[in-house]
Design a protein around this ligand. Sequence first.
Ligand code: ADP
Length: 249
Amino acid sequence: AQPGNAQLEVSGISVTFDGFRAINNLSFAIGPAELRAVIGPNGAGKTTFMDIVTGKTRPDEGRVLWGETHQNLLKMNEAQIARAGIGRKFQKPTVFEDQSVTENLMMALKANRSPFSVLVWKAGAKDRARVEEIAAQVGLGDHLPRKAGELSHGQKQWLEIGMLLAQEPRLLLVDEPAAGMTLAEREQTTALLVELAKTRAVVVVEHDMEFVRRLNCKVTVLHEGSVLAEGTLDHVTADQRVIEVYLGR
Ligand code: ADP
């Protein structure tokens, strides 16, 4: 992303836990319609970075600016940040297993309303149409009446992405989306993430290099809480420092 038109712009953030610098002067920017893979060895700071963006962890220093108006996310709590348009998909799906795909998506739509309108909220034709649209987008258009508990692991992951889409996020943070998926599911997930990133920013934290290669996007390599390298996968994997971090110890 060019400076000035980033959807999210993080500069110079640091976090220390009990004297240990988990994030060290990290800067990161992503455009409003960009797919980005964030990789790095265990302990590199990937989770802590996402915790900071979503307001779960406060940095000791640095800036986190959001959207065209450069809203200061460090002044907002987790709920406010989610409402401002940042959605996070954790690795483990947390769908309601006893509820149908439709009901899960409806609940997500409902949760998107303000606490006051929820009291009087009743699903209308528009909401049902939106649920069907989201289901189709995440590849569950033929599974609306099915209980979420009956879905495959991959389908549950897509349902959860659909539930996040109900919040109309401008940035999606996705943690290891391909973990545990079949090859066919991984291919569909790649296509879904590429599609979603046409109209919003998508950050994918991933360990699986084969999956990162399929995403065919810019890669940010984190190491010891900082950005070690950034560029195409071929560029970063040819970087001697990256090779050392992954293979050298
Ligand atoms: P990654 O997600 O890349 O594996 P993390 O962000 O989970 O890395 O962790 C970065 C470093 O910060 C690790 O060394 C981890 O042990 C440490 N860390 C993370 N959270 C805490 C915490 N709440 N208290 C103490 N140390 C933490």
